[in-house]
Design a protein around this ligand. Structure first.
Ligand code: MG
Length: 158
C-alpha cells in the first residue's frame, strides 16, 4: 500500500465556470485556469501520481499544451488512473478537502464523490469529499481563490 498527497489552488474571477469534482456549480465567479480549473480533481490527480511515484500533474499534462486548453479534468483523471495502472497500481481510497468561501458545496459533495468514483471505477464509499470555508482569512477567505487538498491510497494491482 502506498499513499500520496496533492494540493491545488486557483484564482477566482467573473466570466469563468466553477467546476469542482467534475460538478459545475452555480457561482458568479469561476476558476481562472488553462484547463477547466477543477482544483479538486487536480489535487486528486497529484495525490494519485504521488502515491505511484509518478511525479506531478505538470509532468504529464502541461498547462501550456494547447491540447489541454479548457480540458475537462475528468479526462485527465482517467488518464492519470491509466498511468498508475501501467505502473502496476490501482487506487483504493481518496479523501479530499475543498477550501472555498462560497457557494456552500453542501449536497454537491455527494455528487462529486459519485462522479470521481465513477471515473476511477470505485464505489462512492471509497471517495470522500469534505468542504471548509477559510473563516474569512486570506485569499480564499476573501473569495479570491479556491483550494483543495487530497490524499490517495494505491495498492499493487495483482
Ligand atoms: Mg490546477
Amino acid at each position: 500500500m502506498r499513499v500520496g498527497i496533492g494540493r491545488d489552488i486557483h484564482r477566482l474571477a467573473a466570466g469563468h465556470r466553477l467546476v469542482v469534482g467534475g460538478v459545475t456549480l452555480d457561482s458568479p465567479v469561476g476558476a481562472v485556469a488553462h484547463s477547466d480549473g477543477d482544483v479538486l480533481l487536480h489535487a486528486i490527480i497529484d495525490a494519485m501520481l504521488g502515491a505511484a511515484g509518478l511525479g506531478d500533474i505538470g509532468d504529464h499534462f502541461s498547462d501550456t499544451d494547447p491540447r489541454h486548453k479548457g480540458a475537462n479534468s475528468r479526462g485527465l483523471l482517467r488518464q492519470a488512473a491509466a498511468l498508475i495502472g501501467k505502473q502496476g497500481f490501482r487506487v483504493t481510497q481518496i479523501d479530499a478537502t475543498v477550501m472555498l468561501e462560497r457557494p456552500k458545496l453542501g449536497p454537491a459533495k455527494r455528487t462529486m464523490c459519485e462522479t470521481i468514483a465513477a471515473e476511477l471505477g470505485l464505489a462512492p464509499e471509497q471517495v470522500n469529499v469534505k468542504a471548509k470555508t477559510n473563516e474569512g482569512l486570506g485569499e480564499i477567505g476573501r473569495g479570491e481563490a479556491i483550494g483543495a487538498e487530497a490524499v490517495a491510497i494505491v495498492v499493487e494491482d495483482v
